[in-house]
Structure formats: C-alpha cells, structure tokens
Design a protein around this ligand. Structure first.
Ligand code: 4AD
Ligand code: MG
Length: 445
C-alpha cells in the first residue's frame, strides 16, 4: 500500500477523465483540481478537472467518513485532490458521466486568505495576461491551446506524408532574411553580432538543394513595433521549401495544406470549437480551389471598394479584410511589386518589376496567414539585389554558394501558426493562441 499523495486507494485504477466512457460501472481514481463546487444539503457536487476533461462528482454525507465529507464541502477553487469512486453515465452532466465518491484525498487546500485569483467574474485582459500561467487552466484557453496542438500535429503529418524531410534551421543567425528593421540583436560573447532568426528560409533553401523537399518549424522573431491583434514578437512558423518548384506549385501546396488542416480541425476538435463558440459553417466552406488574383487586380478590387490603396503600396489590415469580404475561403494574391518585398524574390519574366510571391489571406478579417514565393536562382541577379538592399555580402556568401553549385528554380512559403489558430478558433487576437505570448509590451510571465 502506498501513502504517496495522490496514490489511488488499494486496487483502483487511475484514469484520465477523457477515458471515463471505458470505465462505466467501475471504481476508479481521478487526479485533478477543483473547478467548481455545488452544495445541496447532505450532498456536495465537486466538479473536477484533470486537464483531459471535467467530471462532476457526487459526494453523499452518509456514505463518507465525516472528515472526508467536510473536507470536500469546504474545498476552495483549484485545490488539488484525488477522488475514488464509481463511474455512472449521466447525460445531463458535463462530459456525460458522474462519479459517486467513495473516497477522496485533498492534496492541497488552496487557502481562503489567498484564493485562486481567476474567478468566474469578468476580468480585464491585462489581468488575465498577467496571470497567464493560471489562465491556461480556464476552459476557453484550454480549448484554444488544444486547437493549436492539433494544428501543429496536422502540419507535421501533412509534410511528413508528402515527401518532405524535417530539417531544423538555427535560431542565432548572422544575416537578415526579412529586412534589417525587425531584427533582434543578441550579444554573442561580445565578439560578433548575431540576430534571432526572422525565418528559416535561407537555410531551408540550402536544405532543399540537399533533400529536394524540406520543412523547418520553430519559433521566429520580429522586432516589429506593431501593436495589432495579428502581431507577436515571437511566433511559430512552418516553412516548406522545394527544389524545382515554381510559383504555381508553391500556391498549390499552400492551398492543399490549408484545406487539409481545416478539415482536420473540424474532424478532431469539434468540442473545442464549440467551447470557443466558433461558427463552424465558416470553416466548412474552406475548400479548394481558393480564389486567385494578381496584385494588380487586388488593387483594382480594393479601389472599387473605396480603399485608398495605390499601386505600389502594401495592403494594410483593412485592405486585407476588404479583399476577402466577398469570399468564403482564403484568397491568394500573387505578383506583388518587387519594391515592397524581400530581396530574395524571383522577378516575373514579363514584368520584372513584379515579384513571384504569393500571400494567402484568410477570410473573416484574419489577414495574411501565408507568405512565400519563388526565389532568385541566378547568381548575378542575387548579388545585385543584396547590394541594392544594403545587405552585408560576407554574411550571405554561403547563400550565394547555392547559386554557384547546381542552382535550380525553387521556392516555398511560411505559415504563422498563431494567425492560423486565431482564424480556426475565431479569436479576436493572436495573443490567446500561444501559451506565453511575447508582444511589444509583454514579456511576462
Ligand atoms: O510573410 P513572412 O514575413 O514570410 C517569411 O518570413 C518568409 N521568409 C517565409 C518563407 O517563404 N519561407 O511571414 C510568413 C508568415 C505570415 O504570413 C504570418 O502568418 C506569419 O508568418 N507572421 C507573423 N505572425 C505573428 N506575428 C508576426 N509578427 C508575424 N510576422 C509574420
Ligand atoms: Mg508577408
């Protein structure tokens, strides 16, 4: 027999609440935290959460030792406890099952003097963000993070089953990929300057020449002083890169990935979407083909909708929202003016002032979720662009090597996980799609 805290009563099996359906009529132990407590005379109904689900327990005074009943009756929110009892199907209960308590052990009783700070009343978002380490226990936050997990798993499964090799790219980098204005500089032993990566793309290009089709997936950093609902300073990006791919192929893969992920979320995360009150009909319509338009046509469309955009300008958040207004699925815009894009874009053959890049813009105001395109594969042109963008040649020597040794047309894209998850969940702001958001004014907890 064990006296370890949380150890089950002799002979009972520890289960997770999500497995309750397999144990109806059996006596089991669950290990969790008190979510809520209802009392009705000689019965108390503790609702326990264990991270996998919620279980309403029924503790009857006459069936329990006095001390156990009293301990349960006085239990405070988020106190930790284990409960042993028999599982019963109960359609009206949260989760569809109830547990008749035979035994309970309080692991920690949260003090009345210093109660759990997040109560069912309304809290401001700053307060909640300051308590993010606790807020993650709340149902909506829990749902969003589980959707995130599914998105990440879905991304990996998609690329793993389509011939891509995962090749990780470094976080400390000597060169800028997405412009020098958004670099986080790190002091590297006082000897040289390195930056936190903005994108794994440049390394991905080297890896694609080694493996044909690759992806990297990790945190990326942008010192962007944007305080919008779409910007984080640290976000996760998946980036596929393919040798011998042209812009059309890149668009095809981006579309296929998005359709695959939306389908998977609808299939596996219904409960979470319901918790988040997501209108799933909006996601059901996300099917191929996505509308495709050129930057030129996008500008015309925006003008017709009253936007002040002029040819040559980048789309703002409002423009992106306007662009997708009449569509029930993401819109793909390609061939942007090279002047507003990064240095590495392959120019359009007929109109070299255009970059062979594509943005995938999500509907319902979620904005750009994917950016990518074809890369310059010609050595001389790439050298010229580096100079035009005032990028330090020596940091890019290895990158130029890729154009010296078996260069081929190639390309890929990057998809930001948080923007994608925000769209899936119907969340107003990306800050709730990552466990510990890093933003202009937030680096804690
Ligand atoms: O369009 P971006 O900047 O493209 C690149 O970094 C390319 N090098 C990717 C590639 O081709 N391999 O970023 C790609 C995506 C955006 O579409 C957006 O989803 C996300 O990354 N993103 C951000 N997400 C949250 N906060 C930010 N500050 C973001 N910046 C970009
Ligand atoms: Mg972009």
């Amino acid at each position: 027999m064990s006296n370890e805290p949380g150890a089950p009563a002799l002979g009972t099996k520890i289960i997770r609440i999500s497995e309750a359906h397999e144990h109806v009529g059996k006596t089991v132990t669950i290990q969790g935290w008190l979510y809520n407590l209802r009392k009705s005379g000689k019965i108390v109904f503790p609702i326990i959460r264990d991270g996998s689900g919620m279980m309403q327990c029924v503790a009857v005074k006459n069936n329990l030792p006095e001390t156990v009943f009293e301990a349960l009756k006085g239990l405070t929110q988020e106190s930790s406890l284990t409960v042993t009892g028999t599982i019963r199907a109960e359609a009206r209960a949260i989760g569809g099952f109830e547990l008749d308590v035979a035994e309970a052990q309080i692991i920690q009783h949260v003090s009345e003097e210093h109660p759990y700070p997040i109560t069912p009343k309304e809290h401001g978002v700053d307060f909640l963000m300051d308590h993010r380490h606790l807020w993650l226990r709340s149902r909506r936050q829990h749902a969003a993070i589980r959707v995130r997990h599914e998105v990440i798993k879905g991304i990996r499964d998609y690329f793993d089953s389509h011939g891509f090799t995962l090749v990780d790219t470094p976080i400390f980098t000597p060169a800028a990929c997405e412009g020098t204005t958004t670099l986080f500089e790190v002091d590297y032993f006082g000897e040289e300057k390195v930056y936190l990566t903005q994108s794994g793309q440049l390394y991905n290009e080297a890896n694609a020449m080694a493996f044909g089709k690759v992806y990297c997936f990790g945190p990326t950093f942008r010192a962007e002083k944007s305080k919008t609902r779409r910007h984080l300073t640290e976000f996760w990006m998946v980036e596929p890169e393919m040798a011998y791919a042209d812009l059309e192929e890149i668009k095809r893969v981006a579309e296929d990935l998005v359709v695959h992920l939306v389908g998977r979320i609808l299939e596996n995360r219904r409960e979470e979407l319901k918790e988040l009150e997501r209108d799933t009909s909006k996601l059901e319509s996300v099917k191929a083909p996505f509308p495709r338009m050129s930057y030129d046509d996008a500008v015309k469309l925006l003008e017709s909708k009253g936007s002040e955009i002029q040819w040559g300008g980048d789309f703002g958040n409002t423009d992106e929202t306007l662009l997708t207004q009449d569509f029930d699925r993401p819109v793909m815009v390609d061939r942007y003016p090279a002047a507003i894009k990064a240095f590495y874009f392959q120019p359009d053959e007929q109109r070299p002032e255009l970059a062979l890049g594509v943005d995938v813009i999500a509907p319902e105001g979620y904005g750009e979720i994917i950016g990518g395109g074809q890369r310059i594969h010609d050595l001389a042109l790439l050298e010229k662009r580096l100079a035009e963008h005032n990028l330090p040649r020596e940091a890019f020597e290895w990158y130029l090597d890729l154009r010296r040794f078996g260069t081929v047309p190639h390309g890929g894209f990057g998809m930001g996980v948080e923007r994608f998850v925000a769209w899936m969940c119907g969340l107003e702001h990306v800050r709730e799609t990552i466990p510990y958001p890093r933003m202009l004014y937030r680096t804690r907890p």
